[in-house]
Design a binder for this molecule. Structure first.
Ligand code: FES
Length: 148
């Protein structure tokens, strides 16, 4: 048991050398992980690394009431998706459309160079979800006989 504790301590120490406290915290305790049934906006993007992210939005009067995400990607994609949801929730559509990968990276306290694309994946997936929302905004019933 002592060896296990020692191993855990070493892993945590190594992680702290590479990732900011915010990244580690969001990776270990991701916010808003999951899906929303019948979302008002849905995006799914496969990143250049082959990992997928999905973003679900619940929107009322042009404000994002609820946002959830799923990913099959790495730890930093979990942290990026989690931070994205924190940045997006409660925002207006126009504010959410202005969220960039840099906003996610800054809020996370940065990512190692090789993981920066994970923040882009989160931002791209949000954009897809927003596009989906805007496409059906005025005629939401069309979802029934289109892709969902
Ligand atoms: Fe694929 Fe991070 S999302 S490596």
């Amino acid at each position: 048991m002592e060896n296990f504790d020692e191993l855990e301590r070493k892993i945590a120490e190594e992680m702290r050398k590479v990732y900011s406290p915010k990244v580690i915290e969001h990776f270990q305790n991701p916010r808003n992980l999951g899906s929303i049934p019948s979302p008002d906006g849905f995006g799914r993007v496969i990143g250049p690394c082959g990992d997928t992210m999905q973003v679900y939005l619940k929107i009322k009067d042009d404000y994002i009431l609820e946002v959830k995400f799923l990913t099959d990607g790495c730890g930093t994609s979990l942290a990026s998706g989690s931070m994205l949801t924190e940045l997006v929730r409660g925002k207006s559509i126009s504010e959410a459309l202005r969220i960039t990968p840099d906003d996610i990276l800054n809020a996370l306290g940065g990512l190692p160079e090789e993981s920066v694309h994970c923040a882009f994946l989160a931002s791209d997936t949000l954009k897809e979800a927003m596009k989906d929302y805007l496409a059906f905004k005025n005629e939401p019933w069309k979802r029934v006989y289109t892709h969902r």
